[in-house]
Design a protein around this ligand. Structure first.
Ligand SMILES: [Fe+2]
Ligand SMILES: [Fe+2]
Length: 329
């Protein structure tokens, strides 16, 4: 086992010792605990301070959800429902994204000097590995075919790769929260499937909360020269992501075969997952409200991911009426 694999496959605690809810009431309490967290530190939390770092790492530890992928109860679905699941073009990219995320996070953990922050990001890598296991189990259970997995490349610049993953998660989660709600309202995903998948969605919310606070803490603790370099890198990461999202990046698999990943599922997905016609404006508003709901229970003094909600509000404000009322179909 490589040292990076050890990071994303081993939790500091023995997973089997983690408390498992014994009753409905305990399950309800656990679901509340993973969604609500307040630091005991009184007063303001200075961003970048030791207290800020301790608070965010503590949040990540204490809102941990101890579910085990192998014990997940995949609900029985009708043939029609399985067919619908199979028709979604997301499974390859979803499994691959989780696989990439766990490796990139683990690679960055190796470079972090602060043990508490390293521990938090190692836990994040572990949770990404668990997401991969959940998805792998799901596709196996419903017989969804997967393309052969691409070899995961070790990042040359671990900080760069971590930032690319972090910002990607910020954008993907923001739209996924909206899409998840669309699929729930339309019944595209059955109630049981929604309940089974809900912890994964909430976990992504905690991940981007950790990422936003790592970023805020990290940049405050850099010397002036390092800070200037870091800000330039940040711009480059955003430029790369825009380039990638425009579908301009091809991935090349181990056999040298080129393939494109579907980066436009967000827009096409509303039509695929929804039943009623949804306009662009309605969908963006839904993403905003779902985003707000998912973060509502965490200490307000922690930094929230801001870019996706900010740009969405801006778009909603200046979007021409014709485009805003365009139905996503
Ligand atoms: Fe994930
Ligand atoms: Fe994540």
């Amino acid at each position: 086992m490589s040292s990076l694999e050890a990071i994303y496959t081993k939790l500091p605690e023995n997973l089997h010792d983690l408390p498992k809810p014994q009753s409905e009431k305990e399950l309800e309490e656990m679901n509340y605990r993973v969604r609500h967290w307040m630091s005991t530190i009184p007063g303001t939390l200075k961003i970048g301070s030791k207290e800020h770092k301790q608070a965010v790492c503590q949040m990540f530890r204490e809102t941990f959800n101890p579910y085990r992928p192998t014990f997940m109860n995949w609900p029985k679905l009708s043939e029609e429902e399985i067919k619908r699941l199979k028709s979604l073009p997301i499974w390859d990219i979803a499994v691959h994204t989780e696989g990439k995320a766990r490796l990139r996070m683990a690679a960055y953990v190796k470079e972090i000097v602060d043990p508490e922050m390293a521990d938090a990001i190692a836990r994040n890598a572990w949770e990404e590995n668990r997401h991969k296991e959940v998805l792998t189990d799901l596709v196996k259970f419903y017989g969804i075919p997967l393309a052969e997995e691409q070899e995961y490349q070790l990042p040359k610049d671990a900080e760069w790769a971590y930032m690319v993953t972090g910002f990607s998660e910020c954008w993907d989660s923001f739209f996924a929260f909206g899409l998840f709600s669309v699929a729930q309202k339309s019944g595209f995903f059955t109630k049981e499937l929604i309940e089974t998948f809900e912890p994964v969605m909430q976990e992504e919310c905690r991940h981007i909360l950790l990422f936003a606070n790592w970023l805020a803490w990290h940049r405050k603790n850099l010397s002036l020269i390092k800070r200037v370099k870091f800000e330039a890198k940040l711009y480059a990461v955003h430029a790369f992501l825009i380039y990638e999202r425009l579908g301009l990046i091809r991935e090349v698999d181990v056999d040298g075969q080129e393939y494109y990943e579907d980066n436009n599922f967000t827009i096409n997905g509303v039509a695929e997952l929804g039943k009623d016609k949804t306009t662009l404006k309605e969908f963006l508003q839904l993403c905003l409200s779902e985003n707000e709901k998912r973060f509502a229970g965490y200490d307000r003094r922690l930094v929230r991911p801001k870019t996706a909600p900010f740009l969405t509000r801006l778009i909603l404000r200046f979007l021409p009426k014709k485009l805003a009322n365009k139905q996503l179909a």
